[in-house]
Design a binder for this molecule. Structure first.
Ligand code: SAM
Length: 258
């Protein structure tokens, strides 16, 4: 009832997200608004529409960090040279980019791995459903704990201290990433990408939604391109025969068949 209302009133479609994780998040808002039931909470939304603005951002989980699971980035780095037509520039897409840690990590990886001419023709597209997260990503300021996996040499090269507590990604790397708001459920995917990160997003979707979203990822990725899913995620059965694991199985780095 609540998810239908949110969809009707705000167009945000959480109806096919896994219920357990949503329930924990909604329960917090119920407690904070003193609502005894979902019905009460719906009334609270009716009497104060600004409650939607407090509810919507917490319905998605935005935990991330730079080089999250570094071994995944090493596996991707080793495979970058074998991407189709990589010499002409690599198009990467980070779908569900949260506050930017992942696409900037990818941009750093590529700045380190590609020559200047290929880099000039390359881009990292980074999208998320949450406009606030995308705004934070554009600002590109991070606390130390988000940077614990960044080797010191890369820290010195690609970040500077912008205040007592924040490290900011330097301009060269920021300039490689193009951010946008995109709901993968409703929106059109980026096209013709060589490298696609979509990590820790499908875990929140039910099977129906995973399949609908995967169809878009499959459309987006060029044959021979690399797909990276979160470690707890899987290529849906319908597409499994077309995606080959690269490196260790558990890394969830896949090459799309040609
Ligand atoms: C846990 S974060 C993952 C961040 C990053 N990919 C990582 O693994 O570190 C999941 C992100 O998916 C985003 N998300 C949730 N539903 C989405 C949707 N329908 N379309 C696009 N992004 C979505 C959330 O806003 C959140 O930023």
């Amino acid at each position: 009832m609540l998810l239908d209302k949110v969809y009707r009133e705000r167009g945000a479609d959480f109806r096919n997200y896994k219920k357990a994780s949503l329930a924990r998040r909604v329960a917090k808002r119920l407690a904070l608004t003193g609502s005894a039931s979902i019905g009460d909470y719906c009334s609270a939304l009716d009497s104060d529409a600004s409650e939607y603005d407090r509810l919507l951002p917490i319905l998605t989980i935005k935990v991330s960090e730079f080089f999250r699971e570094p071994e995944v980035f090493y596996a991707v780095k080793r495979s970058l040279g074998a991407l189709p037509e990589a010499d002409a520039g690599v198009r990467a897409w980070c779908c569900g980019c949260a506050s930017g840690d992942e696409p900037y990590s990818l941009a750093i990886l590529r700045a380190e791995g590609l020559g200047a001419p290929a880099l000039r023709r390359s881009a990292v597209f980074a999208t998320d459903v949450d406009a606030e997260a995308v705004d934070r990503a554009r600002i590109a300021e991070y606390r130390e704990d988000a940077l614990r996996n960044v080797p010191e040499a890369l820290m010195n090269k690609h970040f500077f201290m912008s205040s007592n507590v924040f490290y900011k990604v330097n301009y060269t790397i920021r300039n490689l990433v193009r951010f946008g708001v995109l709901d993968i459920v409703k929106g059109h995917p980026i096209s013709r990408v060589h490298l696609l990160f979509c990590r820790n997003l499908f875990i929140y979707f039910n099977r129906h939604l995973q399949e609908a979203a995967f169809k878009k990822l499959d459309y987006a990725l060029r044959p021979g391109g690399l797909l990276v899913l979160g470690k707890a995620e899987q290529v849906p059965m319908r597409w499994a025969a077309r995606y080959y694991a690269v490196g260790d199985n558990g890394l969830n780095v896949f090459r799309k068949g040609i």
